[in-house]
Structure formats: C-alpha cells, structure tokens
Design a binder for this molecule. Sequence first.
Ligand SMILES: C[S@@+](CC[C@H](N)C(=O)[O-])C[C@H]1O[C@@H](n2cnc3c(N)ncnc32)[C@H](O)[C@@H]1O
Length: 222
Amino acid sequence: MPNARLTYEEMMAGLLSKHDPDTAMSLAVGGDYEAMGETLRQLLESYGLRENHYLIDVGCGSGRLAYALSRSSYRETLRYLGIDIVPAMLQYAAAKCQQPSWRFEPAAELKIPEADGCADMLCFFSVFTHLMQEESFLYLREAARVLKQGGVIVASYLDINEPRHWKTFTGNVASAKTRQAKAMDIFLSPDFFAVWARQLGLTLLDEPERDCGQRVCLLQKR
Ligand SMILES: C[S@@+](CC[C@H](N)C(=O)[O-])C[C@H]1O[C@@H](n2cnc3c(N)ncnc32)[C@H](O)[C@@H]1O
C-alpha cells in the first residue's frame, strides 16, 4: 500500500477547516509567522540584501518573509517576486504586505517567471524540504539562470546529518508506519548541494551555522 501524501493545497485546506485564517496561514509555513519572518529577513540582509535589490522568493507561502520585508526601511525600493503553488497563500501574502509593486504569482512547472540575469538574490526557505531532489535541481537551474553574476541563492533544508533534524525524521517514520496522510518531507545533505553547484557552475560558499530551524546553503553565481 503506498504512503498517503497530502499535497500542499490539501494541507492548506485542512488547516483552514480547523483554524482561523491567520493561524492556518502561519501553521502552513511552519508557524511563528512574525518572529521567523524577521529571522529570515535578517538572514538575507546578512548575505547582502539591501535597498534597490531584486529578490525572488520561491515557495513564498503565506508571506512570512515578505511581511517582514514589508516592514523594513527599504521596502519602497526593494523589488520583490514571490511564487508559490497555493493560490490562497499568495492572496493572503499580498494582502498582508500591501506593497502594490510587489508580485505574488502562481508557480508552474518548476519555472521562475523572469528574464535571465535580473535578480540580485533568490531564496528557497523550506521549499526543497517538500520537493523531490530532481525537482529541487530543476529549480536551482532556473535560479542560476535568473540570477545576476555575483548574486546569491539562499536555501534552507532538512539535513539528515543534523541531530536536531532527527526528531522530524523519526516523527515521519512513525507516520509512514501508520500510513498517516501528511505532506512530504525530504532530507538532504551538504553533498547534494556540492554536486549540484558543480553541475550548475555555481560556487558553494561556506556557511557558518545559522538558526532558522533548518540548515542553510549559500550558492553564488560566478
Ligand atoms: C514550509 S512552507 C515555507 C514557506 C515560506 N518559504 C516560509 O518559509 O515561510 C513550503 C512552501 O513551499 C511551497 N511549495 C511546494 N511546492 C512548491 C513548488 N513546486 N513551487 C513553489 N512552491 C512550492 C508550498 O506551497 C509552501 O508554501
């Protein structure tokens, strides 16, 4: 019998049926909407995000990061595109941010709807966690295409080597055993990013340990 997998859309609908919209939209992206949004914003700033930059947020969800950015001092000059597969999340994110020039658009076919070499930074926070490795690779290839030379890709992921991620893994083992329907979690490791970086002509930068709940990987376009 195959495992029962919930799509993100099904998970979102389930949360909305049980919680008020704000709670559901927070839980759907991992919770802690405001505090984690600030953490993610500061992380991107530490990698060089600043005014006049163009940021593409792949798997932007309900706008946890975007909302924190909409409260930043440089929100007026920041260019922002968030893409996601769940329309209700995109609508919620756009309404939260109130930045008319920012774009929140549906993601399709693992493509990033932008021209070559236009973005200063791309981020994938907890997105590769929910994709097959091949799909993550395709997204990274797209990210490398739309990135400017010298620009960076920031991705967070569950690392099978990390003791603090092991609890999530054993929880998933229990769900697999009982065939509990849940969204898919994929565990990666730094090796994947080393190989992918080589294949895509990106440089894997050393990343000091950061706490945003997942391990962070930093890739630069040469
Ligand atoms: C754990 S949430 C993280 C959301 C957001 N990055 C954050 O940290 O607040 C994962 C997000 O990835 C989105 N997602 C899943 N598959 C996707 C795909 N193929 N393309 C774009 N987004 C996807 C989900 O809809 C969900 O919003």
